[in-house]
Design a binder for this molecule. Structure first.
Ligand code: COA
Length: 333
């Protein structure tokens, strides 16, 4: 912690679709209830994107807000990374569409990255390393998801958990003591089948002579919820502890934890294991559900706007997701 960091988050922004779908709305569609969803997950409602609210559109809107917050223009951006598992199209990369929407110069590499719900932390680490190479100065790091497009709306065990949205940060040269202090990423591919979208890739192609509506569930998220729950708690706790140890920080030195927003019970369990009060965690999942790669940057932006993150604060970001991937980052403001 002795040296000032070289790169910092200069601005944050987020975008949530206009349409709110409550638990009660869902209970008219599948056999569920507000009481079941809220007590098991902490979720009350989620945003569902309309046809014009594509992943690239939401990503660009969040980015515009992050750029304005940072005081950086699109012309100054020389790297765009979109973390998503719901790109507008399998190809080209959604980042290229965002580049065009924003007017980012052609000299900027633009690519997507898929680490599911850990995607934003993977993208942040990647952008940070690319900036550290000295070849890039300002990066847009975006998490954006239209998960409503990959849900089986007849499956009550998954469709109640997820939502749509986007968040973005501008990464650039640090000013003063604020900056990214560290980042640690993990993956346990042995659990890849525990949470997946089985179809649409080369194993079960989206386009075959036999593709029929009967295959539709393969194009939706499937999940072994209970097993994921236990692994999520263990992985997020490990990721949090390791980055704190690496930087010689006790958990109590963290002013605000911004965790992946999947389930309030998972967050409460981590708080308990880290021996931190739950009010040290920023939580907005009751209004958005799990927005995967968008969840941390959306929460980060709201935490800043709510005054939960102040100059001088140290923030711990921690995530887990399909892969299974997980990770953590320490950021000083
Ligand atoms: N409404 C009502 N009942 C539901 C339901 C719903 N939306 N979804 C499942 N149920 C039922 C189940 O069918 C089961 O019924 P049964 O006992 O008759 O078989 C019962 O509720 C309990 O299901 P279970 O899966 O054991 O519940 P749970 O307490 O483990 O909670 C999750 C389920 C999904 C909320 C929880 O396991 C979880 O959050 N897991 C982590 C998932 C996650 O975060 N994934 C994203 C990773 S990034």
């Amino acid at each position: 912690m002795a040296n000032n960091p070289a790169h910092a988050i200069l601005g944050t922004g987020s975008y949530a679709p206009e349409r709110v779908v409550t638990n009660n709305d869902l209970s008219k569609q599948v056999d569920t209830s507000d009481e079941w969803i809220f007590t098991r997950t902490g979720i009350r409602e989620r945003r569902i994107a309309g046809p014009a609210e594509t992943t690239s559109f939401m990503a660009a809107e969040a980015s515009r807000r992050a750029l304005a917050d940072a005081g950086v223009t699109p012309a100054q951006i020389d790297l765009v990374i979109v973390a998503t598992m719901t790109p507008d199209m399998p190809m080209p990369a959604t980042a290229c569409l965002v580049q065009h929407l924003l007017g980012v110069p052609a000299t900027a590499p633009c690519f997507d990255l898929n680490a599911a719900c850990s995607g934003f932390l993977y993208a942040l680490d990647t952008a940070w390393a690319m900036l550290a190479s000295g070849r890039y100065k300002h990066a847009l790091v975006i998490g954006a998801e239209k998960l409503s497009s990959v849900l089986d709306w007849t499956d009550r065990t998954t469709c109640v958990l997820f939502g749509d949205g986007a968040g973005a940060v501008v990464l650039g040269p640090a000013r003063g003591t604020a900056g990214i202090l560290g980042s640690k990423l993990y993956a346990e591919g042995a659990h890849a089948d525990m949470l997946c979208i089985a179809g649409g890739g080369s194993r079960h192609p989206a386009v075959t002579a036999t593709t029929a509506e009967a295959d539709a569930p393969k194009r939706a998220i499937t999940m072994r919820g209970r097993e994921i729950f236990k692994l999520a708690v263990r992985q997020m706790e490990d990721a949090a502890r390791e980055i704190l140890d690496l930087h010689g920080l006790p958990a109590g030195a963290v002013d605000c934890v911004v965790p992946h927003q999947a389930n309030l019970r998972i967050i409460d369990a981590i708080a308990q294991y880290l021996e931190l009060p739950t009010d040290r965690f920023f939580v907005n999942l009751e209004r958005y559900g799990n927005t995967s790669a968008a969840s941390i940057p959306l929460a980060l932006d709201e935490a800043r706007r709510a005054g939960r993150i102040q100059p001088g604060h140290t923030t711990l970001l921690v995530a887990f997701g399909a892969g299974l991937t997980y990770g953590s980052a320490l950021v000083r403001w």
